[in-house]
Design a protein around this ligand. Structure first.
Ligand code: GLU
Length: 301
């Protein structure tokens, strides 16, 4: 069947991720605090909450200490990466756990984290306004964004892909044309890439990728495009109807978004990533280990 062929083409074990996504609701909600864990009784503490942290010259850290709480911008509709289970109120995903790890390194446990869901188009403004201390959510490092904010990282590398219906004839970006409307999120790098490099392809945009997936399922659009790591999560949730096709056709390097002037926080996070390879791997394995995504931790810039 087409699904089998195309998924094999990109090495995706959708069924495996489906199983993983299902388990994710039971993954540690407090991995840093030493109390969470679903690893069959093993010690599942991935990182410790630091104490007596000092971060000289970081306005963000000063604000965090002042309010005694970390405010982190995330996604909550991207399974495997940044996801909120509204029935259990549990947040899961690779990005969410990276966000928790950073908070722990600053001395803040789960009960002192406030997560704020912020859509792709609103990230720079949220950081510039100081509405969040930092952002971890499939946020590609770009020169344009760096005019307003700074990035720590990269901590993950993926590329733009395509999600289509299992009955679709689209096999890669080469099959896109005037009759294939492609959906992506407002303010994202993938929608920009389609507009710039595939001007004949009609586009539709929403704030959230989950809205694009709805539009694909209803037949309003013929494909959803964004980072393959995101699309794999949606395909795994509905493998009867959705499949990822083709090879990644851009490189997306994920960074942690933070205030432009906060070099101290940027260096702190970069050091954490550089020194914390084992923790990075544990977070990857727990969230994306069975997804078929094969990546190693990238070196920070
Ligand atoms: N990584 C891309 C971006 O930062 C797409 C994913 C997203 O919108 O979060 O624009």
């Amino acid at each position: 069947m087409r699904r089998t062929r195309t998924l094999a083409g990109i090495g995706i074990a959708a069924a495996a991720l489906l199983a993983l996504t299902a388990c994710n609701s039971g993954s540690p909600s407090n991995p840093g605090g030493g109390t969470g864990g679903d690893e069959g009784g093993e010690d599942s503490t991935w990182f410790e909450v630091a104490s007596d942290v000092q971060l000289e010259g970081s306005p963000t850290f000063d604000a965090i200490q002042e309010r005694d709480k970390v405010v982190i911008g995330v996604k909550e509709d991207q399974p495997g990466l940044g996801y909120l289970d509204v029935t259990t109120n549990e947040r899961t995903g690779f990005d969410v756990d990276i966000a928790r790890w950073i908070a722990a390194s600053l001395g803040y446990d789960e009960d002192k984290i406030e997560f704020k869901a912020i859509a792709s188009a609103n990230r720079e403004q949220a950081i510039v306004n100081g509405d969040i201390d930092y952002y971890v959510g499939t946020y590609s490092i770009t020169d344009k964004r760096k005019e307003q904010i700074a990035f720590a990282g990269p901590y993950f590398i993926t590329g733009q892909g395509l999600l289509v219906g299992t009955d679709s004839d689209i096999e890669s970006e080469a099959d896109l044309g005037p009759d294939t409307t492609v959906c992506s999120a407002t303010g994202s790098t993938p929608i920009q890439n389609i507009r710039t490099n595939y001007p004949e392809v009609p586009t539709k945009e929403f704030d959230l990728y989950s809205a694009c997936v709805e539009a694909l399922l209803s037949g309003e659009v013929q494909a959803v495009t964004t980072d393959q790591a995101i699309l794999i999560g949606y395909a795994a949730q509905d493998p009867d109807n959705l499949m990822v096709v083709g090879e990644p056709f851009t490189e997306e390097r994920y960074g942690v978004g933070l205030a432009k002037d906060d070099t101290a926080l940027q260096e702190h996070i970069n050091t954490l990533f550089t020194d914390g390879g084992d923790i990075w791997q544990a977070i990857f394995d727990a969230n994306l280990g069975s997804s078929g995504i094969e990546v190693t931790q990238p070196a920070v810039d």
